[in-house]
Write a protein that binds this ligand. Structure first.
Ligand SMILES: *[C@@H]1O[C@H](CO)[C@@H](O)[C@H](O)[C@H]1NC(C)=O
Ligand SMILES: *[C@@H]1O[C@H](CO)[C@@H](O)[C@H](O)[C@H]1NC(C)=O
Ligand SMILES: *[C@@H]1O[C@H](CO)[C@@H](O)[C@H](O)[C@H]1NC(C)=O
Ligand SMILES: *[C@@H]1O[C@H](CO)[C@@H](O)[C@H](O)[C@H]1NC(C)=O
Ligand SMILES: *[C@@H]1O[C@H](CO)[C@@H](O)[C@H](O)[C@H]1NC(C)=O
Length: 248
């Protein structure tokens, strides 16, 4: 995925935008690269890519797994490799609907492109003509944060670091839930801080931790002292907020 590089900051300023993000209807971000017109496996309706995406629609939500990866077609350089990951807390029906939307939208946004990625609140979908399985994707990163500053940023940052490093460990090394952890920590008064961390399942557990540590480092520099923030990457994601956002 060396040709798809993006880092940007979005402001969750208006309640409309916040609401859309909470409902997860609009994609948070999409990006494509690989400028060649490839009709063989990426272009028309009956391509390997479309068959692969169709199989994801059935595979990812099954048994609440929320993850699928695969590659299809002749063993040549145009063969598509793809993966989908639903957020660890979404139901299989929301996962299916998100994968369907992601497949449709990426087809519209990135026709005949060999490398593409799309993020929603509920899922991530990406594909490439290069085999990326098991490799940390450091290139695709979207950082978002709440514009509100925490009233006591020093303490708030310590709490954020404490929660996220605990969740990064849990997501990477606790085998009870696959590559996903969510939790909360007490702040001053009756306030709480909520967080989650998740990796794609093709990574080793050690690489999951590396990926999450990298994402937390980005949050520390980009969302420093903000009341909420997230980094969505092609291999892992972290998020914290002062309100509960993970479904029980
Ligand atoms: C891809 O195909 C479209 C439509 O045929 C054409 O306009 C465009 O220039 C092509 N791009 C490249 C990089 O060949
Ligand atoms: C998928 O798109 C439909 C129509 O735009 C929308 O109603 C639905 O909430 C979306 N689902 C997800 C999970 O994004
Ligand atoms: C947050 O703090 C930064 C730096 O001190 C400041 O520039 C910004 O205006 C503050 N944002 C809000 C919403 O108060
Ligand atoms: C792993 O996660 C489960 C379920 O959340 C929890 O009960 C258990 O204590 C965790 N194990 C460790 C070693 O943290
Ligand atoms: C990706 O980031 C991780 C964590 O920051 C780092 O250990 C790894 O070497 C990076 N990989 C690449 C290919 O840059």
């Amino acid at each position: 995925m060396s040709s798809s590089t993006f880092t940007s900051s979005l402001y969750l300023l208006t309640s409309t935008l916040l609401l859309q993000n909470v409902l997860g209807i609009d994609p948070l971000y999409s990006s494509c690269s690989g400028n060649e017109n490839s009709t063989a496996n990426y272009g028309s309706d009956k391509t390997s890519l479309n068959v692969l995406m169709g199989s994801f629609y059935h595979l990812a939500p099954a048994n609440n797994k929320g993850f699928a990866l695969g590659s299809l077609g002749q063993n040549n350089q145009d063969r598509p490799y793809g993966l989908v990951l639903c957020r660890g807390d979404v139901s299989s029906s929301d996962c299916r609907s998100c994968v369907a939307n992601a497949t449709r939208e990426i087809g519209k946004s990135c026709p005949s492109r060999k490398v593409a990625i799309i993020y929603y609140d509920n899922c991530l979908l990406k594909y490439s003509n290069k085999d990326f399985f098991g490799k940390i994707d450091n290139e695709s990163n979207l950082c978002m944060f709440n514009v509100q500053n925490a009233s006591n940023p020093v303490v708030f940052n310590q709490k954020t670091d404490e929660l996220l490093s605990q969740l990064a460990n849990e997501a990477s090394y606790n085998t009870t839930k696959m590559y996903y952890a969510a939790g909360e920590i007490d702040l001053e008064g009756s306030k709480k801080l909520y967080g989650m961390a998740q990796c794609t399942w093709d990574l080793s557990r050690v690489d999951c931790k590396k990926c999450l540590d990298g994402a937390i480092g980005k949050l520390q520099s980009l969302a420093n002292g903000k009341e909420g923030g997230r980094v969505l990457g092609g291999s892992c994601m972290v998020r914290y907020e002062i309100y509960p956002f993970v479904r029980a």
